[in-house]
Design a protein around this ligand. Sequence first.
Ligand SMILES: CC(C)(COP(=O)(O)OP(=O)(O)OC[C@H]1O[C@@H](n2cnc3c(N)ncnc32)[C@H](O)[C@@H]1OP(=O)(O)O)[C@@H](O)C(=O)NCCC(=O)NCCS
Length: 171
Amino acid sequence: MNILETERLLFRKHSLADKESYCAMEMDSDVRRFVGGYPRTREEAEKRFGATTKPSDSSLGMWATILKNEQKYIGRCGIYPHFDAASNPIEGEASLGLYIAKPYWGNGFATEAGEGFIEMGFNKLGLNRIVTMVQAGNNASVRVLEKLGFQLTSTEERVRTFYNFVLENAR
Ligand SMILES: CC(C)(COP(=O)(O)OP(=O)(O)OC[C@H]1O[C@@H](n2cnc3c(N)ncnc32)[C@H](O)[C@@H]1OP(=O)(O)O)[C@@H](O)C(=O)NCCC(=O)NCCS
């Protein structure tokens, strides 16, 4: 069953057939540059892939992102629970995640996915706000968030510098 469909993309649960494409993305140093910083090994990628196929009855999660006209796995996108400092999910909030495979960058797919999940989060799930955190230097991601209407609310210094972005439900 599809979680969501947009003009060029559909979003569904991961299946075993997605494993190669999923692992290739996790092992790609350019994809991982600002998310984790280092490419995963095949073993690490496979282990993480296992978690994506676990059953779930929620619309919140990171979903296999399929380019409809090629029937191809091109990444994973979605909104997932946003946790507070005590690891409790914050009611009415979710985090946006967008990961597109490198050969497909620059075609507006992340923006299209983001628009779809914002619409779903606000209009179907009734969320109050959607948040996301981006590592400084990830300018493509910052640009996508700007296009989606997110506002920069704070900067956090950890081992690296991160930006917190928020989109409020205007209702
Ligand atoms: C960030 C990411 C999701 C963008 O995906 P995408 O499908 O290429 O995004 P879109 O095509 O919708 O939009 C990209 C925008 O960034 C711009 N852009 C690309 N590289 C850029 C750069 N280095 N600096 C500034 N802008 C850049 C593009 O020109 C485009 O803007 P435009 O439409 O105004 O021309 C993709 O690069 C990715 O998956 N990266 C690895 C994982 C990641 O970092 N995810 C985000 C985690 S917070």
